[in-house]
Design a protein around this ligand. Sequence first.
Ligand SMILES: Nc1ncnc2c1ncn2[C@@H]1O[C@H](COP(=O)(O)OP(=O)(O)OP(=O)(O)O)[C@@H](O)[C@H]1O
Length: 312
Amino acid sequence: MTTQGAPALPAIEVRGLTKFYGQHRVLEDIDLQVRPGEVYALTGPNGTGKTTLIRTITGLAFPNAGQVRLMGCDVHSDGARARAHLGAVVEAPAKFYPQFTGTQNLQIHANLAAMAPGSKKVGRDRLREVLALLELTRMGDRKVQEYSLGQRQRLGVASAILTEPKVLILDEPTSGLDPLGIGLIHRIVTSLATGGCAVILSTHHLREIATYAHTVGILTGGRLVDTVDLRARQAAYRFRVDDPLGAAQALEGLPFVRKVSTRTPYAIAHLGGESRVPDALAHLSAGGIRVFEASPDHFDLYEYYRERVEHA
Ligand SMILES: Nc1ncnc2c1ncn2[C@@H]1O[C@H](COP(=O)(O)OP(=O)(O)OP(=O)(O)O)[C@@H](O)[C@H]1O
């Protein structure tokens, strides 16, 4: 993700999105932005609107109010140009022609993608490359009807990344995958984001997502009730001390301390990084605070989510 100089413009921009099914409001005034290189995980209880939001962001469903822009193009009024930047799996597992092989299905997808304005041609090398990336080389010449659920799921991700999109949107990409398959998807998503791709994925796998997403959006009852910046949360350290309030006062205002709070018997400080821990300890000692323990204050996304959803 871009961290220096002017922040990159959002690759995905959702403003004031509201959607009804009949009288039922499924999405209410959703705003979100995802920058190039950012992984945004969308989570929330069953039936709260994640798939509807993803369908609307990808242009498959129309909102009653609001706007979605992909790389600056409106996905509903300028759909072909907006989707030229997009790779997506919106229904899991993705739909394929069961009587054709995995390679043939990817070729069909590549041919359709080539019709989009400004698209580049996908060669056979790229087909082989994505099959290898998703560990499907051995299955490439087999009919999709012979694929397991997990293999079909991986073929869906292969088709989504085939054209090297700038925006990748995946609805529950790891459902039905075994632990190694889940790890594989995470590695692929991370590597695409490192290359500048903006990613939205919906998931119920909170503990895994906490290890590599940058941002988590919590959707309940069709409202985005919280947006959690995971990197900011994970920069916290806790100090077990004899006087948590005194420790917080000693740390507050130091140039490398971004935020301080207390949770007896701890003072929690958001530092610029691990290298600042000795500096913090020196200041605590100079302030007459006795420190018994210093450690990273791991953010428990699952616990946070539970509280947030229960009190939404
Ligand atoms: N085509 C439709 N017509 C009418 N109601 C719909 C339609 N699709 C979804 N809904 C309703 O919209 C709400 C949100 O559904 P959605 O599938 O977006 O939830 P979700 O958060 O993705 O759920 P899950 O975690 O179970 O996949 C639900 O109440 C659902 O019944």
